[in-house]
Ligand binder design. Structure first.
Ligand code: C2E
Ligand code: CA
Ligand code: CA
Ligand code: CA
Length: 279
């Protein structure tokens, strides 16, 4: 038993070592990703739940490494956050997303909202509002068409400070969505102080909504709560017609998921939206 324990420890240490090595490898490669043009955005359309009309897109980051291939955001975003590289990457995402939506509109798309994910680390920067204003000015995108997606845990890190920043963002005319709602812990008392437009129900509550009564209770409860606070609800990860029907029948305002569309490259997103939503 003693030697088995020691073997376990050795396996564990080897695993930890492998994780650390992989992390360093990602970190090293990520440092060149922007300058080497390895990053791209894909866009996942969002729709009204009742009419299936498009309301906007969420910009999602993709990293295509020349030898490692596609590296998933779940692997590199945490590294980018820990090292602080997310600030530079996030600025690039913000500017690129604003420019691409402006470009689509200039090419005849009826204006739609573009949502950009913002990490806690970006939000904490003193120049965050200036950076966002800069992206709008440089791209020419109207502020009303930009939405920032912020997780509940990133605002709850320091709610007092977050309120100030988010109020400035709101005054600029930009919308705000609380992302991954239900996966962290929010104080509802604080939530109602934020100038939020949307709550996004996390995919983990939508996945088993047909069968899991707890998930269903959380999803429907979130919709009722959000509406009582005057917020719209977007459900993410909608994959089946039954999920859509349950959400729609319970008043969910907007939906996003593979049932409608996977995230699309810029050109494909423009073609899809232009067909679904002509000027
Ligand atoms: P998220 O913000 O919760 O984004 C939703 C994720 O669910 C995306 O994964 C999307 O591709 C996926 N998804 C959407 N619909 C479906 C569906 O019907 N079924 C399934 N199985 N999945 C669906 P993705 O693109 O891999 O992104 C993962 C996470 O990485 C995002 O989660 C977000 O937290 C982070 N992320 C992505 N892009 C950025 C970025 O530009 N900045 C920051 N800070 N984080 C980002
Ligand atoms: Ca998001
Ligand atoms: Ca607003
Ligand atoms: Ca999510």
């Amino acid at each position: 038993a003693k030697s088995a324990g020691r073997n376990n420890y050795q396996f564990f240490a080897a695993d930890m070592n492998q994780i650390a090595t992989e992390r360093l490898d990602i970190e090293r490669k990520l440092r060149h990703a922007i300058s080497r043009n390895e990053l791209a955005l894909v866009y996942q359309p969002q729709f009204r739940a009742d009419s299936s009309r498009p309301t906007g897109v969420e910009a999602l980051l993709r990293w295509h490494h020349p030898t490692d291939g596609m590296i998933s955001p779940d692997r590199f975003i945490p590294v980018a956050e820990e090292t602080g590289m997310i600030v530079e990457i996030g600025d690039w995402v913000m500017l690129t997303a604003c420019r691409e939506m402006k470009h689509w509109i200039d090419n005849g798309l009826k204006p739609l909202r573009v949502a950009v994910n913002v990490s806690a680390r970006q939000l904490r920067r003193r120049d965050f509002c200036e950076t966002v204003a800069g992206a709008l000015a440089e791209s020419g995108l109207p502020a009303e068409l930009l939405e920032l997606e912020i997780t509940e845990s990133s605002v709850m890190e320091n709610p007092q400070e977050a309120i100030h920043i988010l109020e400035r963002i709101g005054r600029m005319g930009i919308s705000l969505a609380i992302d991954d709602f239900g996966t962290g812990y929010s104080s509802l008392a604080y939530l109602k102080l934020f100038p939020i437009d949307h709550l996004k129900i996390d995919r983990s509550f939508v996945r088993d909504i047909e069968h899991d009564l707890n998930d269903r209770a959380i999803a429907f409860g979130t919709i009722a709560l959000a509406h009582s606070l005057g917020l719209n609800v977007i459900a993410e990860g909608v994959e089946t017609a039954d999920q859509l029907e349950l959400l729609r029948a319970n008043g969910c305002d907007e939906v996003q998921g593979y049932l409608f569309s996977k995230p699309l490259t810029s050109g494909a997103a423009f073609a899809f939206l232009h067909a679904a939503h002509p000027a």
